[in-house]
Design a protein around this ligand. Structure first.
Ligand code: FAD
Length: 488
């Protein structure tokens, strides 16, 4: 079988342990790219299994003691695990879904699985708790740990530095992307792979950490007995790869045609709604890019030759597809770029110097309104539009992109300091947003405070030269009638 292999630049050796040549299998520890197709880490695990002539075990874990673990997040992840169960049934791998039933219930689980493995392959992801999880695993395990980057079209470690603006990053993308568009992950890494029959697992593992039952994975009773936040409730959106693919198809067929003109109007519902699926790894950017290219009848020879960082025209696609790809690729991968090279979260120090200076010099400005975290959380400000956005976040786990910007700007205006505003935004977004705890959560929030932006004049109270947004203007500019009716 001759296949293009996972590019080396996507594979990070996290420790330097020797290969365990007496290991009985290759272990893929699925923690971020929670899907079976278009998955570089799974593809790498298959490559290693074939090369070492060992069967493959896939361990997908769901812990309950990470910050913000709630019914909402768990349900979405469990939907994905149910899809993975279905997709891997009858395949030549041993899929082992595990749900922690109590704090620290999973302690020792990975080590027990890894003990009989030749090496561990896992997903690389640069934000929230995942980097720490990977580092901790690499420290305690006595087998090699490889973290594989399937996050974006461009390998995230290619850049070697942090880009300060979307324009500068776009130029970099335009220069390097053509090479990497030719090496997408395989749609089905298991197809045609002649893997050895799945191994039997150590009975001690099965007894101590019982496998989740695929049939009841996403039943309501599964959530009820877990020690997670039951106040952040489930929403009607189904998680998982199947739902993600349906949503992508619907977007391309019915909404893409209006994307450039109407994406900012909440009433028009012209965006994809794919961010939660991207966040939980239920869908890959590569399949979205491929589906859009197919829809457009696009071929790589249409790519522009000049990498001048221009927002439109470089891809050689329709205006709508280009506008969408600028979000999906430039803006999304810009967030990953910051998290890889600067910080895994939203540190205030990430703001450019001009923004910190201007915000600092306006810290003493009087605030016409000041709200506490509980007031913000329950949407009890004087501003009905802001409250509507927060209600959408609290009840549906999402805010429309344009209103998300306004939401953040107003938190800055109504908080005692910019540092307090940053904390409030992160707390609310990470707790309630399905797509929160993501590199784009932190880049979006930092954008509200000046990151990736430039100074704007004239200087205003509280904001200084950080870009200002007003609810009155937003109401004038956007179509919001239905939105307000629904969430006010
Ligand atoms: C204060 C604030 C907080 C944010 N928090 C998050 C978050 O927690 N998680 C998150 O994924 N995005 C976040 N964003 C970015 C953006 O709002 C969402 O990605 C977008 O609204 C998701 O909706 P969609 O999938 O319909 O986007 P679409 O318009 O359909 O875009 C497709 C994809 O492109 C990416 N994308 C779109 N807009 C942006 C953007 N401005 N920056 C980076 N990537 C983008 C997303 O992955 C999105 O799914 C935040 C923005 C702000 C201003």
């Amino acid at each position: 079988m001759h296949q293009i292999r996972v590019p080396q630049i996507r594979i990070r050796q996290v420790n330097h342990q020797p290969l365990n040549s007496s290991g009985r299998y290759v272990l893929y520890w699925m923690i971020a790219a929670r899907r079976t197709g278009w998955n570089f880490a799974l593809q790498r695990a298959v490559e290693q299994s074939l090369e070492l002539n060992r069967p493959l075990v896939i361990l997908e874990t769901l812990s309950c003691d990470y910050p913000y673990a709630s019914d909402r997040l768990h349900r979405f992840i469990l939907d994905g695990m149910a899809d993975n169960c279905k997709a891997l049934t009858g395949k030549p791998v041993r899929y082992y879904p595990f749900i922690s039933r109590g704090k620290e219930d999973d302690r020792g689980l990975l080590a027990a699985f890894a003990k009989s493995s030749c090496l561990v392959v896992t997903d690389d992801a640069p934000a929230f708790i995942t980097p720490k999880l990977i580092e901790a695993a690499a420290k305690i395990l006595s087998v090699p740990v490889e973290a594989v980057d399937g996050n974006g079209l461009l390998p995230m470690r290619l850049a070697e530095k942090v880009y300060p603006t979307a324009y500068a990053f776009r130029r970099f993308l335009q220069k390097h992307l053509p090479l990497f568009l030719c090496t997408p992950p395989r749609p089905d890494p298991l197809a045609g792979a002649e893997l050895l029959a799945p191994p039997t697992l150590d009975p001690h593992i099965i007894e101590r950490w019982p496998e989740a039952d695929c049939a009841t994975l996403n039943a309501p009773s599964t959530l009820a007995r877990l020690p997670i936040d039951h106040n952040v409730q489930t929403i009607s959106l189904t998680g998982g790869a199947d739902a993600a693919h349906c949503r992508m198809g619907d977007f391309i067929r019915n909404k893409l045609v209006r994307y450039a003109a109407l994406r900012n109007h909440p009433d028009q519902e012209a965006t994809s709604g794919l961010s939660p699926y991207l966040h939980f790894g239920h869908i890959s950017t590569h399949i979205i890019f491929t589906a859009i290219s197919d829809w457009e009848g696009w071929t790589p020879d249409r790519l522009g030759h000049k990498s001048a960082g221009q927002r439109a025209g470089w891809w050689g696609m329709s205006e709508n597809a280009e506008a969408f790809l600028d979000q999906l690729v430039t803006w999304r991968e810009l967030g990953f770029n910051r998290c890889v090279f600067e910080a895994h979260d939203a540190g205030y120090q990430s703001l450019p110097e001009w923004a910190r200076n201007t915000l600092q010099s306006h810290t003493i400005d009087p605030r016409p309104y000041l709200y506490s975290l509980p007031q913000f959380a329950s949407g009890q400000t004087h501003d009905p539009l802001w409250n509507a956005a927060q209600n959408q976040l609290r009840t549906e786990g999402m805010i429309h992109n344009y209103l998300r910007m306004l939401w953040g700007k107003k938190i800055l205006e109504w908080s005692p300091t910019p540092q307090a505003a940053l904390q409030t935004m992160v707390e609310l977004n990470d707790r309630y947003a399905l797509d929160g705890r993501d590199p784009n959560s932190y880049s979006g929030i930092l954008w509200c405070l000046g990151r990736y932006d430039r100074p704007w004049g004239p200087a205003r109270p509280i904001f200084g030269s950080v870009r200002y947004m007003s609810s009155e203007n937003t109401r004038r500019k956007l179509r919001l009638t239905n939105y307000l009716q629904r969430y006010e």
